[in-house]
Design a protein around this ligand. Structure first.
Ligand SMILES: Nc1ncnc2c1ncn2[C@@H]1O[C@H](COP(=O)(O)OP(=O)(O)OP(=O)(O)O)[C@@H](O)[C@H]1O
Ligand SMILES: [Mg+2]
Length: 233
């Protein structure tokens, strides 16, 4: 069997609050293999973003283990973690998170700055990804110049610029109308067809139906895990 891209075992996260420790994630086991396309669903507050932030190495767990491409990252030092994160995965946010005073090309190139790639190579790589999402003509524009759906495409280009094997997206269509959402989902479908593993959070069954596998969170636990084709319509 191929090595898992993601394997979490008993993963938990408790937040320190004024009222004491709050267990947002309470022991999740999940394995995701290369090339999978998985949607995470569940009500507000069920721990989806907490889980995604752990998968994206944006936060550290308080319990359990997380193996990212076979390496246990749960207790990895910050700089080693940043390197692994940078070469392994791209993260797409609901709010696009583009830097408003930087051109789209420079926004897309940003992860390569952190990876120590030289300027000309950054420029070329960013333009290649902008072309892939159909927005090369806006390379020198600022984010405010383009629509929300286009901004999300740029954010996806930024997530792809390091050629990661894994894309994590937390409600990537949450701020988009349904037609634009479908365009974004087509893009994710194309990326998955190229072999990129995709994990996305959504509230919408129509969006989740694009994924091949759907899991559901409730009260910080994973309560169901099905292949989309086996779900009742
Ligand atoms: N930094 C934090 N400090 C304290 N509690 C937090 C923090 N972040 C999240 N929580 C709590 O943890 C629980 C899970 O939050 P999380 O954001 O993971 O839910 P979610 O499933 O992504 O919800 P939504 O669908 O609304 O985005 C919630 O009760 C939330 O209030
Ligand atoms: Mg959330």
């Amino acid at each position: 069997m191929a090595e898992a891209v993601i394997r979490v075992v008993g993963l938990g996260k408790s937040y320190a609050t004024a009222a004491g420790l709050f267990p947002a994630l309470r022991g999740v086991d999940l394995t995701i293999l290369p090339g999978e396309y998985i949607a995470i669903m569940g009500p507000s507050g069920s721990g989806k973003s907490t889980f995604m932030n752990l998968l994206g190495c944006l936060d550290t767990p308080t319990m359990g283990d997380y193996f990212l491409t076979g390496e246990n990252v749960a207790h990895m030092a910050t700089d080693a973690l940043a390197k692994l994160r940078n070469r392994t995965l791209g993260f797409v946010f609901q709010g696009f998170n583009l830097l408003p005073r930087m051109t789209l090309q420079d926004n897309v190139a940003l992860p390569l700055v952190y990876a120590g790639i030289n300027k000309e190579q950054r420029r070329q790589a960013a333009r290649e990804q902008l072309d892939k999402v159909g927005l090369l003509k806006y390379a020198e524009s600022l984010p405010s110049r383009i629509s929300g759906g286009q901004q999300q495409r740029v954010a996806i280009a930024r997530a792809l610029v390091n050629k990661p094997q894994l894309i994590l997206a937390d409600e990537p269509t949450g701020n988009l109308d349904s037609q634009t959402s479908e365009e974004i989902m087509r893009l994710f479908g194309d990326l998955n067809a190229e072999g990129i593993t995709i994990v996305l959070v959504t509230h919408e069954p129509d969006i989740a139906a694009h994924a091949k596998r759907q899991v559901r969170f409730l009260d910080g636990k994973l309560v169901s895990d099905h292949l989309t084709e086996q779900l009742p319509c």
